[in-house]
Ligand binder design. Structure first.
Ligand SMILES: Nc1ncnc2c1ncn2[C@@H]1O[C@H](COP(=O)(O)OP(=O)(O)OP(=O)(O)O)[C@@H](O)[C@H]1O
Ligand SMILES: C[C@H](N)[C@H](N)CCCCCC(=O)O
Ligand SMILES: [Mg+2]
Length: 239
């Protein structure tokens, strides 16, 4: 892991646990004494912080995982208020999302810290503007990809489609991780076995439902305890 530049964390959909996994991976990398920070190319959806400033729950989670104070380092070049598809939230704000701006922000952090865990927004092919999508951003930064599968009926198809899209961009799939959503799905272990038999990348673990006392609250970041809990259930990819 000495020269690892980081990971790009994608998922089978929005709301499948990418932020939980990204935070947990950051904690695990920090255990190896790596200087690592989280990054998102765009976030959509804010809540008012203590001084009224707009905060985003994913960025605050990545901040907690990365042990950064508020305002310390810029973890995202586009913070949009509307919780919607990013290109639509941007349109509502009267701006266009630019790939170059995202790449510059990512490269600045990469230069400063050396290891960056990048969380996508939604699924792998979410549009950024009329021409580009998040997969294009992932292709430019060339980080090994970690796929988070939110374990619910339909996830097998979503996982396999996502893997085809990642491979079409000639990116390395470092691993995949299963995450339990609010309601545990029927035939959970059989679904995991099916995924294991069809995904050639290593399986790094299943994150159970978070215990009640550390569940994520709406419009709040994950707690450090929740991230630690998730970290205990997954491994880092082998070098
Ligand atoms: N293991 C889990 N146990 C309990 N709740 C969970 C778990 N994983 C995710 N959740 C819940 O599901 C919601 C979505 O998770 P999360 O925000 O990590 O998804 P995401 O893939 O990062 O979404 P986005 O596309 O918005 O970035 C959270 O509000 C959280 O409460
Ligand atoms: C706002 C939300 N939490 C995500 N950050 C963005 C999800 C975009 C999904 C777009 C789509 O695939 O239809
Ligand atoms: Mg997220």
């Amino acid at each position: 892991m000495s020269t690892l530049p980081g990971f790009f964390v994608t998922g089978t959909d929005t709301e499948v646990g990418k932020t939980l996994v990204s935070g947990a991976l950051i904690l695990k990398l920090r255990e190896l004494d790596k200087q690592v920070v989280g990054f998102k190319p765009v976030v959509a959806g804010t809540y008012p912080g203590q001084n009224g400033q707009p905060l985003n729950e994913d960025l605050e989670t990545l901040r907690i995982a990365s042990n950064l104070q508020q305002g310390q380092l810029s973890l995202c070049p586009y913070v949009l208020d509307t919780p919607a598809a990013p290109h639509l939230a941007a349109k509502r704000k009267g701006i266009r999302l630019e790939l170059e701006t995202m790449l510059k922000a990512y490269k600045d952090l990469q230069r400063e810290k050396g290891c960056v865990v990048v969380e996508g927004a939604g699924g792998f092919l979410v549009p950024l503007n009329d021409q580009m999508n998040l997969g294009d951003f992932a292709q430019q930064i060339q980080l090994p990809v970690i796929l988070v599968v939110g374990m619910k009926l339909g996830c097998i198809n979503h996982a396999l489609l996502t893997i085809e899209a990642i491979r079409a961009r000639k990116l390395v799939i470092a691993a995949w991780i299963a995450n339990t959503l609010d309601q545990e799905m029927g035939l959970l272990s059989e679904n995991i076995e099916t995924l294991q038999s069809r995904i050639s990348a290593p399986f790094l673990g299943l994150i159970p439902n978070l215990p009640t006392n550390i569940q994520k609250l709406s419009n709040q970041p994950y707690s450090l305890e929740a991230l630690k809990f998730a970290a205990q259930h997954i491994q880092l990819p082998a070098e």
